[in-house]
Design a protein around this ligand. Structure first.
Ligand code: PMP
Length: 292
């Protein structure tokens, strides 16, 4: 492991390198066509002074699925080890972890067979911001990528859809965009899944075009939430709305278009529970943690 004084380090094609030193050819396929797949993972400081990665195998399995679609060879064991090595080299504990596998150079055409393949892992120190302000959500004018055109995996090019919706939301004075489909059924946000609380019942909005979120699955297991399609009408009448994702964790929603929600007591309770579990403070869920 390199000396941490030269941090930040990144794992790049089998070696630890200084994060900013690699140069990609200008013909890099992924830069032109979005032909790559990434993950967003988090590690958390644990009480013993170490750190643990939350649900690493699940993130790696989702990344593998995306890589298979793109014809990228992906070794889950190697990528998992790269994540741990990068965290150790950077001495990061509370961190956001960004692995990326992509197609490099060899052709400017669309047949991926001649292309070089690459893998990197960067980690970004990220103090946790659980007490953050509740977000103002606006219904997007954009539609989510339909799953029949682009499967809801973390394929780089697909995220242009999220970039457009996020830009529109910001331009209209919202913090975040909510995608709904042509029938007015809730899909998800640009980087998080949607839940609601109504009369004590917890519901996870389900949609074929939404990413199958690992935080969503975690919260369904923890809260016993029902996973089913939710209309925008129904969401607007909820007592509480929250979104969840690796980066967002459990994030309360203050308003949706012109509908203002009240206090978020149930959301705050799940937020606190999630915070304990990811830090290894709840032994029942120790199997979700990979020690760094
Ligand atoms: N939806 C989208 C579009 C996302 O990018 C993310 C973040 N990966 C999520 C939902 C939440 O997924 P997860 O809980 O697996 O991070």
């Amino acid at each position: 492991t390199p000396a941490s004084s030269q941090a930040p380090w990144a794992w790049f094609d089998g070696r630890m390198v200084s994060l900013d030193s690699p140069q990609a050819p200008l013909t890099t396929h992924a830069m032109h066509y979005g032909s790559g797949v990434f993950e967003g993972i988090r590690s958390y400081a644990t009480d013993d002074g170490g750190a643990a990665v939350f649900r690493l195998p699940e993130h790696m399995e989702r990344m593998r699925k995306g890589a298979v679609l793109l014809g990228i060879d992906f070794d889950v064991a190697q990528a998992s080890e790269a994540v741990l090595q990068t965290l150790r080299a950077n001495q990061h504990r509370d961190a956001y972890i960004r692995p990326l596998a992509w197609l490099g150079s060899g052709t400017i055409g669309l047949d991926v067979a001649p292309l070089t393949q690459h893998l990197m892992v960067a980690t970004i120190a990220q103090p946790v911001h659980l007490a953050g302000k509740a977000a103002r959500l606006g219904v997007s004018g954009w539609r989510r990528n339909p799953a029949k055109s682009l499967p809801p995996l973390k394929l780089c090019g697909g995220y242009i859809n999220s970039v457009l919706a996020k830009r529109e939301a910001k331009q209209r004075g919202f913090d975040e965009a909510l995608f709904v489909d042509d029938e007015g059924v809730v899909v998800e946000c640009t980087g998080a899944n949607v839940f609601m609380v109504k009369d004590g019942a917890i519901t996870a909005a389900r949609h074929a075009d939404a990413l199958d979120g690992i935080t969503r699955a975690t919260l369904i297991e923890l809260t016993g939430a029902t996973s089913r399609p939710v209309s925008l009408e129904e969401l607007k009448q909820a007592d509480e709305v929250f979104v969840c994702g690796t980066a967002a964790e459990v994030a309360p929603i203050a308003s949706l278009d012109d509908v203002v929600f009240g206090e978020n007591p149930v959301t705050r309770e799940f937020q606190a529970l999630y915070a304990r579990i990811v830090r290894g403070q709840d032994a029942r869920f120790a199997h979700w943690l990979t020690t760094v």
